[in-house]
Design a protein around this ligand. Structure first.
Ligand code: ADP
Ligand code: ASP
Ligand code: MG
Length: 422
């Protein structure tokens, strides 16, 4: 008997009617003879609403209490979904992350999974019932609840799929699969039938929130096939499979599989740094001490001031204050003349395994953007990705222009079934 893990995102369980619709699908999968483990997100925008509420109470919510608050969202949806599945005539039981045996480290708000003790879930499945697990949450060694970071229910689902050796992990969301760009800003985006873990990792790491980055990392590590599809239609979604498996596909695949965009980063420039090798290492050690995750770095020697250089880098906006405060505290020790901050930047990234074997990709990218007068501030590349920093108000047009330039526009308009895109 196949074991299937099904994950339903917030937009798929936004209200009572949606919960009943999802319950029917779960019951159907079970009746078809499969063992089913479900992972569910909080209803609609519940998590955002809870964050707003905390911010009305204090501008410095303690991280432990914040996690207690946020895990409440998934408690509600898991209980209601278990009731609705039971109402379909299929026995179902709901479990918090803690009850389901999802163990994490202590980093409230962005905990990492240390392991899963799946006995309770296995017992439920063995007894013929459906196990409904609250996404996005676990428990640390002190028995305190933790959360895995925004969008973390995907990671819960893949982690259980790996631990239970599931045949497939189905990620149900509000679009028909992974598209060549976010359908909310590129209506001409086309659905991708097959993607490699590697490409999906690059997209997820650069703003395509359709999958949580760590979920893709887990899937790749444990070779869990992912099927991203809509809970609002019965269409076949996008399969995300091993990099080798889809190498045949790479032969005829388009050079670029997708365009991602990201508005969640900020830029920090440290100006007038002594142009000696140790300076950069000290600066980045300071950034690391403030838990800053750097994505792009550009260093240039200022021609007007020999012996000095400027270093610019990007960090997630949520880490900006912490990193800037740490740099300011060490400013004279680091020999920095000035720290400049750009709160809002736009990042557009093109991703494609076909890039390895094709030349002229950068030329096409830069030409497309210069044709619409978009200035490029920073550049970073990997083997299968190019990312560019542009002005935030030029971001959407840049994404659409690049999408067209690489021949990704599809004839039909992409459907977004639900969700607020928040
Ligand atoms: P869920 O609540 O189901 O977890 P999310 O809102 O986290 O859903 O992710 C789905 C959303 O991801 C879509 O509605 C879409 O706007 C966005 N998205 C961004 N990039 C892409 C992409 N390349 N393909 C599909 N969806 C994307
Ligand atoms: N409810 C959580 C969030 O909104 C987790 C998730 O939906 O994946 O981030
Ligand atoms: Mg999500």
């Amino acid at each position: 008997m196949a074991l299937i893990v099904q994950k339903f995102g917030g937009s798929s369980v936004a209200d009572a009617a949606s919960i009943k619709r999802v319950a029917k699908r779960i019951a159907e999968t079970k009746r078809m003879g499969n063992d089913v483990v479900v992972v569910v997100s909080a209803m609609g925008d519940t998590t955002d609403d809870l964050i707003d509420l905390a911010e009305q109470v204090t501008n410095k919510p303690p991280s432990r209490e914040m996690d207690i608050l946020l895990t409440a969202g998934e408690r509600i949806s898991m209980a209601l979904l278990a009731m609705a599945v039971t109402d379909e005539g299929i026995e179902a039981h709901a479990y918090t992350g803690q009850q389901a045996g999802l163990l994490t480290d202590d980093r409230y708000g962005q905990a990492s999974i240390l392991g899963i003790v799946p006995e309770r879930i296995l017992r439920t499945v063995k007894d013929g019932a459906v196990a409904i697990v609250a996404g996005f949450q676990g428990v640390n060694s002190q028995n305190d609840v933790t959360t895995l970071g925004r969008g973390g229910s995907d990671t819960t689902a893949v982690a259980f799929a790996a631990a239970l050796h599931a045949e497939v992990c189905e990620i149900y969301t509000d679009v028909d699969g992974v598209f060549s760009a976010d359908p909310r800003i590129v209506p001409a985006a086309g659905q991708v039938a097959l993607m490699t873990y590697e490409e999906t990792l690059e997209l997820a790491a650069h703003g395509a929130k359709v999958l949580h980055l760590r979920a893709v990392e887990f899937a790749r590590k444990f070779n869990v096939p992912l099927h991203v599809r809509s809970s609002f239609s019965n269409k076949e979604g996008t399969w995300i499979v091993s990099d080798n498996l889809s190498q045949q596909k790479a032969m005829e695949a388009p050079v670029i599989s997708g365009v991602a965009h990201d508005r969640s980063q900020s830029k920090i420039s440290v100006v007038g740094v002594p142009d000696v090798p140790v300076a950069a290492s000290k600066i980045f050690a300071t950034v690391a001490s403030a838990d800053g995750n750097i994505d792009m770095i550009v260093q240039n020697t200022a021609l007007s001031t020999p012996g000095q250089s400027n270093i610019s880098f990007t960090v997630p906006r949520t880490q900006l204050t912490g990193v800037v405060d740490a740099l300011k505290a060490e400013r004279s020790e680091l020999g920095i003349k000035e720290i400049q901050v750009t709160d809002e930047i736009g990042i557009v990234s093109i991703v494609g395994a076909g890039m390895r074997s094709h030349s002229g990709v950068s030329a096409k990218l830069f030409t497309a953007l210069s044709d619409i007068g978009v200035n490029i501030d920073m550049i970073s590349t990997s083997e299968i990705r190019i990312s560019l920093v542009v002005a935030p108000d030029a971001l959407e047009e840049s994404v659409r222009t690049v999408h067209t330039a690489f021949g990704l526009d599809s004839e039909s308009e992409a459907i977004v079934y639900g969700g607020t895109g928040r």
